[in-house]
Design a protein around this ligand. Structure first.
Ligand code: AMP
Ligand code: ZN
Length: 113
């Protein structure tokens, strides 16, 4: 989709530091890390946020969750990790392309909001 930063990263037009890639998804390091390990896992197809997951595209969301354990292991996250997805304005979603923050490498705060 035009003007979408993460579509630009998927296409290679915008550079990123990749952590994992296959035909369907890409994981890359967040530019502004909020934990010692902070990567974003995104579908290659443009889906705006979790609110747009439906019967026709939920396979990609399932694939992301199938791959997260492997990605986490490859990043050395052996003591746990947090997965966060922001959807919409109240959640302060800034990039309107579905992404899952994978955070770890430290003991994180218990509060979620
Ligand atoms: P969210 O607030 O959930 O929409 O998160 C968007 C995330 O994308 C933020 O953590 C940003 O630091 C990150 N981000 C924005 N642009 C880039 C980029 N070009 N490369 C890597 N991460 C980015
Ligand atoms: Zn996009």
């Amino acid at each position: 989709m035009d003007n979408c930063i993460f579509c630009g990263i998927v296409s290679g037009a915008i550079p990123s530091k990749k952590a994992y890639e296959d035909d369907t998804i890409l994981a890359f390091y967040d530019l502004n890390p909020q934990a010692p390990v902070h990567v974003l896992v995104v579908p290659k197809q443009h889906i705006a946020c979790a609110d747009e997951i439906n019967e026709s595209n939920s396979g990609v969301a399932a694939h992301i969750f199938e791959k997260i354990p492997e990605i986490a292991k490859s990043l050395g996250l052996t003591n746990g990790y947090r997965i966060v997805t922001n959807c919409g304005d109240d959640a302060c979603q800034t990039v309107k392309h579905l992404h899952f923050h994978l955070l770890g490498g430290t003991k994180m705060a218990g509060e979620m909001a």
